[in-house]
Design a protein around this ligand. Sequence first.
Ligand code: F6R
Length: 246
Amino acid sequence: MRGLPENVQVIVARDAKDLASRAADEIALEMTLKPNLCLLAATGNTPMGTYAELEARHEAGTLEVSNLRVAQLDEYLGVSDDDPRSLYRWLESSLTRPLGVTTERLLRFHGNAADPDADCREFDAGIARWGGVDLAVLGLGPNGHLGFNEPPSPPDAPTRALDLTPASLESNAPYWNGLAVPRRAVTAGMNLILGSKRVLLLVSGERKREILRRALLEPPTPDVPASLLRGANLTVIADRAAWGEL
Ligand code: F6R
């Protein structure tokens, strides 16, 4: 695609299934290069096919995951682990349990932490101990958010607690079958995401087309946090429905 810097690579997948397979290829490649990869991992719908593909490869014995380290990208506040809306629970059931990621190889937020700021500091300290994020696997919010870095989020926005925007409350509502979306959350900061050695941005479906266009083609701005990824070592994997005529 014209107009993108050299550090940005784009893969256009046929459909969501092909996207999952190509994303799993990229993650598997990184795990081959660094078996104790530190993977910063999103929940949401988009990466679920990719995680299922990783699980299938692990079960088939073609993916070695015994040293993989996983960090949770974000979490709602005011939810405990047994709450169906816990993002930790979602990540656990879709990625870390299927891949057998043990607790010492898992870095997480606590939705019911008494002191969310302290939880964020502990999270950052854990990432620092692990030597930073090797690979961030992200979805694209319809409002351009990354994790819960809501617009506006500057490049140095730290790991923090924040209020979700109306747009995110709306885009998250379908996950929870009529349960209210928690109004506050914690997120890995833009500083950690942009400092990742590599970022995979997964984008699926026509409803993401316009925000993907803004993220890739309009001047980078904190008002579209995903646009700031153009300063990172970024691979966008979009299906045709999301890519359109870009
Ligand atoms: C979830 C997360 C969010 C989602 C984004 C896209 O952990 O960090 O930023 O990645 O809202 O969600 P989906 O994939 O459901 O369209």
